[in-house]
Design a protein around this ligand. Structure first.
Ligand SMILES: *Cc1c(COP(=O)(O)O)cnc(C)c1O
Length: 357
């Protein structure tokens, strides 16, 4: 990690909007903290980043990201510990993944100091926006997009990297009803499914809405070729406990490599559970359910950490899964992960990054 400090010119807000925030009743994704970080790429180089009051950006109607989707993002959270510290969870992994996505989308690599020091200085300034209430956090959204005002289809010459944040309340672990998708495709071999690229999400809205109209919250994507193998659930990775073994699809070019996924697998192994990363067929899951061996199913991602699945719809049938209380593996991993993220348990993996306030 670079030690010399990057100069980030900062224009502070005249008056903070923090008084608008009710820590006990946070509306998701609607109220943004006071500041944002902005760094532009032009003339083949990243320009000095700036911290500015959160606000609208002025863009040309021809801005290439809007037309051709040369845009990528990240999602991460900062938590407030009991001591009042601000703790980021694995931010360096988000940084690395942003650059993996950037490469796939012909977006220039972002230097580490702009991401890490930008994040650090932004959070120091907006520290009051990290909610102290249990289960809540500051959701952080780094993103990069093409800014050429040119409507030809080619990689842009200019880009903007931005980070803004918004406080989020405790995730309500609603019993998720998911349906296995065997018609639409999120991602195919050779595609960009492993990248957090904007277009992947736009294209997923329609199939997701079709399922929602049938009464399911989310879908489980299957492979593009045969619709036989399970990929992900909505915007989460998906895991199953079959006969005491934690089973999850191995990451590939079609699956986004979740940081929560990796954390859950690491903790599960270290808590002594058997873990398998491999191809998981729909057939295997349905058969396991039939045999009474499908004990747990859940999604993993930054928003929910672990989102318990209650029902899996497949082939005209609703498979009802065991109650959440008895799900020992996901419940114990979720509890441990939560303690590490909030500084209540030791962090042998060096996942937690403390902001120097
Ligand atoms: C972001 C994302 C995930 C989860 O990744 P985390 O790093 O755990 O938040 C899983 N699948 C898709 C498609 C995603 O976009």
């Amino acid at each position: 990690m670079t030690t010399d400090t990057l100069t980030i010119t900062t224009q502070q807000v005249q008056e903070s909007r923090i008084s608008q925030l009710d820590y006990n009743n946070i509306e998701f994704g609607k109220i943004f903290s006071d500041h944002m970080l902005v760094a532009d790429y032009k003339n083949d180089a990243w320009q000095a980043p700036q911290i500015l009051p959160y606000g609208n950006m002025s863009l040309s109607p021809a801005t290439s990201a809007i037309h051709y989707g040369q845009a990528i993002f990240e999602g991460m959270k900062a938590y407030r510990s009991a001591d009042g510290d601000i703790l980021l969870f694995r931010p360096y992994d988000n940084y690395k993944r942003l650059n993996v996505s950037a490469e796939r989308m012909c977006i220039p690599q972002l230097p580490e100091d702009i991401f890490m020091q930008g994040l650090e200085q932004l959070l120091r300034l907006d520290a009051a926006w990290v909610p102290p209430t249990e289960g809540s956090a500051l959701y952080i959204r780094p993103f990069m997009f093409a800014t050429d005002d040119f409507i030809g289809v080619r990689p842009s010459s200019n880009y903007r990297f931005t980070i803004f944040s918004c406080p989020v309340g405790a995730y309500y672990n609603a019993p998720l009803r998911v349906a296995i998708e065997t018609n639409y495709v999120r991602s195919a071999d050779g595609g960009a499914g492993y990248a957090k690229a904007a277009g992947n999400y736009g294209a997923a809205l329609y199939p997701a809405r079709q399922m929602q109209q049938k009464g399911y919250h989310q879908l489980i994507w299957t492979d593009a070729k045969e619709h036989k193998y399970i990929e992900e659930s909505g915007t989460m990775n998906v895991m199953f406990v079959i006969d005491g073994v934690l089973v999850t699809p191995a990451v590939s070019s079609t699956i986004l490599s979740g940081i929560t996924r990796d954390s859950v697998l690491t903790l599960a192994r270290d808590l002594g559970y058997k873990v398998e990363e491999r191809r998981v067929s729909v057939e295997e899951v349905v058969e396991a359910h039939r045999a009474g061996k499908l004990q747990e199913a859940f999604g993993t991602g930054t928003a929910a950490t672990i989102a318990q699945i209650a029902t899996i719809h497949y082939n005209g049938e609703d498979l009802e899964l065991p109650p959440f209380e008895g799900r020992d593996i996901s419940n114990s991993v979720a509890a441990e992960l939560d303690k590490i993220k909030t500084g209540q348990a030791p962090d042998p993996y060096n996942w937690v990054y403390k902001i120097n306030l």
